[in-house]
Design a binder for this molecule. Structure first.
Ligand code: SF4
Length: 213
């Protein structure tokens, strides 16, 4: 019988340290900034005050980076943060600057950068998605253009229980998805699409490489 092991800090942290010590690849992890209302009408709580501490921990474990991400709503729009948490978030990110060195970075996800600069909705003018070939998602229920459209029957490109991966890949009709109609929510690949489609938005984030493309 297989025993399910629930990961805890005491098991994950030594493993991260060990992988980092081997030095075969860049090791890092993500921090998802969240806020929650404790109960209906209750106090709103958030973990944004723990970002600096998470970055200290990542650095002490030998990580190459910590990435800070924004929570999205279930339909992929940016969460709206209270002004209290917004300023705490900005101040935590500022504090993290002092941890940055030649061997450690604090990366801020595109969604979090966009949170400070854009509206929650993200209208798109392009009608094909140029990054689906890089973000194609294969699940037990089928193959989809990207994680955002996972499980949506209309965008199922293939059923891997009925065709080979090769046939599914070659036969996938990626024009099924029209971002100008189907993706008005916040997509973290928007910048790359604009850049590939000839717009002037930079694919790089503040000059830093995108590790997750
Ligand atoms: S624009 Fe974004 S959400 Fe739409 S298909 Fe491309 S990657 Fe997916």
């Amino acid at each position: 019988m297989r025993t399910r092991i629930t990961p805890t800090a005491s098991t994950v942290e030594p493993n991260i340290r060990r992988i980092a010590e081997v030095g075969a690849c860049d090791v890092g992890y993500s921090f998802v900034a969240l806020s929650r209302q404790e109960s209906r009408g209750g106090q709103c709580v958030s973990n944004v005050g723990e970002i600096y501490e998470a970055a200290c921990l990542a650095r002490s474990l030998g990580c190459r980076y910590l990435e800070v991400k924004s929570e999205l709503t279930p339909d992929h729009h940016l969460e709206s943060w209270s002004s209290q948490f917004s300023s705490e978030l900005a101040s935590e990110l500022d504090r993290c600057d002092r941890l940055v060195s030649e061997t450690f970075e604090v990366l801020v996800s595109q969604s979090l950068l966009d949170y400070f600069t854009t509206e929650s909705a993200q209208p798109k003018s392009y009608v094909t998605c140029a990054v689906t070939r890089l973000r194609t998602l294969i699940t037990p229920t089928g193959m989809y253009p990207c994680a955002y459209h996972r499980g949506k029957e209309r965008f199922r490109l293939a059923d891997l229980s009925e065709s080979s991966l090769r046939d599914a890949w070659i036969g996938a009709d990626l024009s099924l998805v029209d971002p100008s109609v189907d993706c008005d929510f916040h997509c973290s690949r928007h910048g790359q699409n604009v850049w590939i489609h000839g717009g002037d938005e930079s694919v790089e984030r503040g000059g830093k490489p995108d590790f997750f493309l």
